[in-house]
Design a protein around this ligand. Structure first.
Ligand code: ZN
Length: 128
């Protein structure tokens, strides 16, 4: 487990190194699951190029308009964030080979905040 502190309402944070730290060198072959215990944040695998991170933030914000007429806003004014997180998903799985995340060349693990700023919890489970 590690925490991610976000500063913006919608923000993409590259957590690849923090996930990799949780993978023991002695895992010859296995699977690493990265799970977000939240309903207004998600996690995806994508390229961590700075322009693309901006593009993803804009894309995610556009998934559900902030001024939509949402029923959930009657009790908690963040339905747009829940809807955006629904599309992103709450977990990713990455193969582990010889103690390393077996990511593609351009793949990074990206935490996506949809209702920041907040402090978030990310769980990393490695099974071998
Ligand atoms: Zn809510």
């Amino acid at each position: 487990m590690f925490e991610v502190r976000t500063d913006e309402r919608t923000q993409v944070v590259d957590v690849t190194d923090r996930v990799a730290e949780k993978v023991s060198d002695d895992v010859e072959s296995g699977i690493c699951t990265v799970f977000v215990r939240h309903t207004t944040a998600g996690v995806v695998l994508q390229e961590a190029e700075s322009g693309l991170l901006d593009d993803i933030e804009a894309f995610v914000a556009g998934l559900a308009p902030s001024d939509g007429d949402y029923r959930h806003d009657r009790i908690d004014d963040n339905a747009d964030a829940h809807l955006r997180a629904t599309v992103l998903g709450e977990s990713v799985s990455v193969p582990v080979e010889d103690g390393e995340l077996a990511l593609g060349t351009w793949q990074s693990v990206l935490f996506v905040e949809c209702d920041g700023p907040r402090t978030r919890r990310v769980d990393v489970t490695v099974m071998s």
